[in-house]
Write a protein that binds this ligand. Structure first.
Ligand SMILES: [Zn+2]
Length: 240
């Protein structure tokens, strides 16, 4: 992709709850900040890349951009063709989490990127939140589990980033979210119903999700599925 323009853009920052990196807090705007961002266009998608970190490594920056243009179109094509075509990245020195996303803006912590420059599939996870566009974040474990499932499937540098789905351990629950839930979803996909993530994602976006949906789709409740999973959790996993 090529840089078309260097734009001055207004970034509307949201007050995020730390784990709820989604849009339910959209009413709580902090005052907008004006930043200079590069506008990059490729394949019908536009990425505004803004940073207030003068020390951001140019190769890390490029890597994040490349990951966006590689994975976002695939995520859109599979899950939600009505996704935003314009996404904003903001590398923000004031932000202390790892990354969070709401209203088409993904915010990244430059210290994290400096410490873990290969962890670029944090982008793959975050832009899935743009694709999800759930009006209701809950259940959050499913929202985050789907985003990490997507990171596993579409990630381009999970191996380099040292990111893996951990083996099942005693005491875990599908409600642990993130990678624990992602692994469970992969297991259901392989052993029970291969459209589980597609259908759950759609139901979450349509506002039709309910706990009964697991049984409707697989013949088992989510707790029954988890029980079966814990008895035989083997999965062959490969990482790009
Ligand atoms: Zn997330």
């Amino acid at each position: 992709m090529k840089i078309l323009t260097v734009q001055t853009i207004a970034i509307f920052l949201l007050t995020f709850a730390s784990i709820r990196g989604m849009a339910q807090h959209r009413d709580h705007h902090t005052p907008s900040r004006v930043l200079t961002g590069d506008s990059l266009v490729s394949g019908g998608y536009r990425l505004i890349f803004a940073s207030n970190d003068a020390g951001l490594d140019p190769s890390t920056r490029q890597h994040l951009i490349d990951v966006f243009f590689t994975v976002y179109p695939q995520e859109v094509a599979r899950f939600n063709k009505n996704s935003l075509t314009k996404v904003t990245f903001f590398v923000d020195t004031a932000y202390k989490g790892v990354a969070e996303t709401g209203n088409g803006v993904a915010r990244f912590n430059p210290l994290w990127l400096k410490k873990y420059p290969q962890d670029v599939d944090v982008v793959t996870h975050e832009v899935m939140h743009v694709v999800q566009d759930y009006k209701n974040y809950n259940p959050g474990w499913l929202t985050e589990g789907i985003a990490d499932y997507v990171r596993y499937v579409y990630g381009v540098n999970n191996k380099g980033g040292g990111w893996t789905l951990p083996d099942l351990k005693p005491g875990q629950s599908y409600q642990n979210a993130y990678r624990v839930t992602a692994r469970f979803l992969l297991w259901i996909e392989k052993n029970k119903y291969n459209k589980i993530v597609d259908d759950m994602d759609k139901a979450m976006r349509d506002g039709t999700y309910s706990p009964e949906l697991w049984k409707k789709l697989t013949g088992k409740t989510v707790d029954e599925l988890w029980g079966e999973y814990t008895k035989d959790p083997a999965l062959e996993l490969t990482y790009k």
